[in-house]
Design a protein around this ligand. Structure first.
Ligand SMILES: Cc1cc2nc3c(=O)[nH]c(=O)nc-3n(C[C@H](O)[C@H](O)[C@H](O)COP(=O)(O)O)c2cc1C
Length: 291
């Protein structure tokens, strides 16, 4: 993502014999979110990975005192002294993290949102997996309910370094999304929306959005399909689920490529009894995995 970068302060510090360039930049991220500004304090010395402190305006919620700019200016002032008295401490804590490596690529990644391993969403997922196998493609299923995923706390710190502040199973899920070619989000309708486990994953994908906004790239041409099963009768039962999943696809930069929405599951009980459904699902998956 393109952003304007403005130099606010620069100082050369050479107290310990090593020459450090200490800078404070303001970066305009309003292309990402309205009015978002990042403040980057950087200490650089020849032959050394720079130390960076980054903060952005979205971190400062209405009741929080201070601002991103005042926090960054404060860090600048502290580093100005620290680079003379104990530069190693600054570099130990703030040396830049390397960008995450591209994981092993997988052709089809399924996020199986139903906590029931033997329900109708599981059947849909199995059909898609079979189609991938038949097409000679690799696949993987993720079951959010079995994983350790902390809820997103809306701290917006992911827009500083491109990663979440929490280290849990989301790291692996994001790595899988990064390497996927086709994603299927498969969700039962729970209280008109997606179940809690899948919602955790969707909200925490903000970190992947941040990663991409900061220049990270996933596998090119990522496509996504939405599958959903509702107990009640009628298309209106998918109004919210389809919006939530569309937002998810937007967040991860996937192109929506189709949907399978099956209602009346409470009376149908087993979607394998719907004539032609399995064939239609498999044909759709194979079409998107071709080439
Ligand atoms: C907690 C809960 C909430 C549900 N809420 C809805 C709902 O709002 N609308 C609806 O059509 N079905 C609702 N259902 C029914 C499920 O969508 C339906 O049983 C679906 O087939 C479950 O998928 P599964 O077999 O893959 O688990 C709900 C089921 C549960 C357990």
């Amino acid at each position: 993502m393109e952003q304007d970068r403005e130099l606010l302060i620069t100082k050369t510090i050479s107290g310990t014999g090593i020459v450090y360039e200490l800078t404070l930049h303001r970066e305009d991220f309003s292309a990402c979110y309205p009015g978002m500004q990042r403040y980057v304090v950087e200490a650089a010395a020849q032959g050394q990975e720079p130390a960076r402190f980054i903060t952005n305006t979205y971190e400062y919620s209405p009741l929080l005192p201070g601002s991103a700019e005042s926090a960054a200016r404060q860090v600048f002032a502290v580093w100005e002294v620290g680079l003379i008295t104990d530069p190693a401490a600054i570099f130990r804590e703030y040396a830049s993290r390397p960008h995450p490596a591209m994981p092993e690529e997988v052709d089809l990644l399924i996020l199986q949102g139903s906590p029931r391993p033997d329900g109708n969403c599981a059947i849909l997922s199995e059909w898609a997996l079979e189609a991938a196998r038949e097409a000679g493609r690799t696949s993987r299923v993720i079951y959010p309910h079995d994983l350790d995923i902390h809820p997103c706390i809306g701290c917006y710190q992911c827009y500083n370094m491109g990663t979440c502040v929490y280290r849990d199973d989301m790291d692996e899920i994001i790595a899988a999304v990064r390497g996927a070619r086709l994603i299927i989000a498969c969700s039962p309708v729970y209280s008109n929306t997606v179940p809690a486990g899948l919602k955790l994953v969707i909200d925490r994908m903000q970190a992947y959005h941040a990663e991409r906004a900061l220049g990270g790239e996933g596998r090119p041409g990522l496509k996504a399909l939405m599958y959903s099963v509702a107990g009640r009768r009628g298309r209106e039962n998918f109004t919210c689920v389809t919006k939530v999943l569309a937002a998810f696809f937007h967040t991860i930069g996937a192109v929506p490529a189709g949907e399978v929405l099956i209602d009346s599951a409470d009376s149908i009980r087993d979607i394998r009894t719907i004539k032609g459904e399995e064939e239609a699902v498999k044909a759709q998956v194979k079409r998107h995995l071709r080439g």
